[in-house]
Structures are given as C-alpha cells and as structure tokens.
Design a protein around this ligand. Sequence first.
Ligand code: PRT
Ligand code: ZN
Length: 292
Amino acid sequence: MRTLDSNTSLRIAVQKSGRLTDKTLKLLEGIGLKFDDYKRSLLVRCLNFDVELLLIRDDDIPEYVEDGVCDLGFVGANVVEEDQADVTILRGLNYGVCRLSLAAPKEDKLKSAEDFSGKKIATSYPGITGRFFESRNIDVQVITLSGSVEIAPRLEIADAISDLVSTGGTLKANGLEEVIKIFDSETQLVKTNKPLSNGKSELIEKILQRIEGYQKAANSRYIMMNAPEKAVPRIKEIIPSLKSPTVMPLADNGMVAVHTVIPLTTFWDVMEQLKEVGATGIVMLPIESMIV
Ligand code: PRT
Ligand code: ZN
C-alpha cells in the first residue's frame, strides 16, 4: 500500500472542494495531465505523468508544501501570505482573484486606516490584518472568526471587518462599506523549498512552461479576415501580433486573407480599426494552447 511518506511521484496539492477546485483541475487537464476520477479519492494518480494530486482543504496547502509532503500546491495568495509559509511562489494564475479589505458599517463613514484605531475588527485573516495595523503603529483589537465574518458588526461582536471581497455584493448586502484594500490575491502555484528528488525539478519546469502556454492561449485570440491587398501595410500597423501576420491571396482579385494572433484585451479596438481600413468577414477563434 502506498502511503503519504512514499513521495516519489511529483505530488500536487489542490483544494478538495471549493472556489479554486474546478479551475485548478481544468488548468491541469488543459496542460495535458489526465486523471482518474478525482471525486472518489483524496490521492489521485495522473494517468500519463508521474504526478499525483492530493485533494485537501485550502488552509492546509501552504503547510503541506512547506513540509515537503507536497512538492507543488495551487492556493490563494491570501492563504500563503496569512501563513507566511516558507514556499517559493512560481506563478500567479489569474483566477480566484479577490482582495482582502477593511470594511465597516456604511453609516460609520470610516475613511482611513487611522479611523480604525481602537476598534474591534473581525476577520479570518488575523495575520495579514494584524501586520497591516502593526506596520502603521495603529492599535486595534483583532477578533478571529472562521466564517460569516460579515455579520459580526450587526451582532455587535466587532465594529468592523477584514474580509475577502470579489464583487462586493456580500459587503453591500450586509450594510458594509469597503474602506481600504489591504491585500491583492489570486491563485498561485507554489513549490516546496525542501530538496526535490528523482527528476522532479525537470517535471516542474515542464509543467510551468505548459502553464505559460496555456495562459498565453487563454489571453489570445486567433483572428482571420478578408481585406484589400493595398490595406495590408495599415493592417500590419494595427495588429500588435506576436509575429508578422499570414497573408494569403484570394481568388477575388486584389483581395487577401489575413490570419494572426492578437491579445484578447485589444480585440475590440483592433476590430474597429480593421473595419475602417476595409477588412470584412472578421472571425475570432479561441486558442487551446500556444508554444511560446
Ligand atoms: O473548505 P476549504 O477550507 O478548502 O475552503 P474555504 O471555504 O476556506 O475557501 P473557498 O473555497 O471559499 O475559497 C478559496 C479561495 O478562493 C480563497 O482562499 C481565495 O483565495 C479565493 N476567493 C476568491 C475567495 C473569494 N474570491 C471570495 N469572494 N474566497 C472567498 N470569498 C468569499 C468572501 O470570504 C466573502 O464571504 O466570498 C464573499 C465575498 O464575495 P463577494 O463576491 O460578495 O464580494
Ligand atoms: Zn479554507
């Protein structure tokens, strides 16, 4: 029987069930790792790499990676920062994006960090919150709660809160106003600082490169269009492509087809400008992966 001590495969910690689970598993599958049914077990074998997933609570991930029980972990920066875990952050992953913010009842009209002086602040992040006030020499009383922090002011357990915010809907629904953002967070890929055995470093490098390609692809679009041949010099100026666009002649005299890759964020601007120079039939396609 294999035990958690026989750490010969590259072991990756993933949140078992929560906000990060689906996106992390989708990312791992997106970079070509195949897994057995992960709903049945806490330790899941990868079918095509010497990798296994350990599915655990997100709060446990930094410690498991710090101790070398897992070699890699996918976890919110908020959790890593709260624990001050001794791990190496390999990459931000652009999902699970949120912020830790101080918030107080709207009617209190708090504006600055100093306005929290002497107040009771409820939070699940006593570390980050405490350090924020300590570094500013502001005295506050931090009250640690494990959940439902947003109702603490109404229950008169606290005057204010420090909690994760993404849309702001929860604060609003509880009559609270976001006053100061104290920490920006996203999911991170973290690596143990313990020595790695059996070619694990090479495998980690490979995984990292694939993640880079996956992220680039997610942020890019393949576009195709027809355009007058004489517009090609202008099109080349408009398209901030990685390499020069592919230009192919069409049966229709004086017309060409142009194919290229553009950053998703520029898509609408680029498309409007392309239409102005005579491009027609502009088609945008998602890209599954890009070798970079
Ligand atoms: O069971 P386990 O311990 O593994 O999970 P968990 O319940 O502790 O964590 P989970 O699944 O809720 O969140 C996992 C991670 O997702 C967090 O550590 C963050 O890195 C990230 N994340 C991103 C969030 C949010 N967005 C978020 N909005 N985590 C929590 N929230 C909560 C927040 O605490 C508040 O209650 O959502 C509410 C606010 O959301 P808005 O949209 O109303 O502002
Ligand atoms: Zn948790």
